[in-house]
Design a protein around this ligand. Sequence first.
Ligand code: ATP
Length: 244
Amino acid sequence: MDAKIVVNNIQKQFKDLPVVGGVSLEVKDGEFVAIVGPSGCGKSTLMKIIAGFEPPSEGEVRIDGAVRHGPSPKGIAISQHGSVFPWLTVQQNLMFGLTGDGHGDKAALADHYAEMVGLKGFENSYPHELSGGMLKRVEIARALVVKPEILYMDEPFSALDALMNLKMRNELLRILGEERHTVLLITHDVEEALFMADRVLVLSPRPTRIQAVFEVPHPHPRKLSNPELQQMKEQILQELGVTV
Ligand SMILES: Nc1ncnc2c1ncn2[C@@H]1O[C@H](COP(=O)(O)OP(=O)(O)OP(=O)(O)O)[C@@H](O)[C@H]1O
């Protein structure tokens, strides 16, 4: 099958600062690819380019074979900064992206996704009435409700505490088990990458390139105590220059 996303020799320079030094990558339909890399290496820049929010200096991105010059309607991004509208209720936030007539009963659909992420009973609450973890779930539900073919996630759980972070990983995997999406995840957390992804890419320092690739063929649910995953974690940390 053809790749869903093809990244062809992407390079990016901000004035005279080279940030992305030539990245090529193929992501299969339904694949979950995690990207880890040293701080400031250019992860977010690369993700913005792949998602179509930032033009590359060189190279091209294809979605389903077509070269993109901006965000694709097939994809949706979830960032670490959060983007729920504070003046709308949970249900209204979820209905916001449901434009056009193809969505049937929008309120019912919004409520279904609110329930899916564990927010049943909070449909009429406003963001300021929710905890940080609940807000993150609103954001994930808001992305999923439009049924994107591709999810671009840049450190989506990094603002959450450790316990909520673990819960959200499980929640997302459960949803992905029910609904197929192609996922690109940027994380600084090697365990998060190994827990969730089919493949982990390790980026080099800036100007960033793909330095190493790790396939993670283990079925879900995974146990991070699995010796093979532990070994892979050590290898990835070594690639990142962290001695263990
Ligand atoms: N719009 C911009 N204009 C100029 N420089 C930029 C711009 N965006 C990013 N940079 C620079 O590009 C480099 C990489 O930034 P980027 O945010 O992509 O890295 P990152 O790996 O995601 O960082 P972190 O690990 O801290 O999240 C940094 O040196 C940053 O200052």
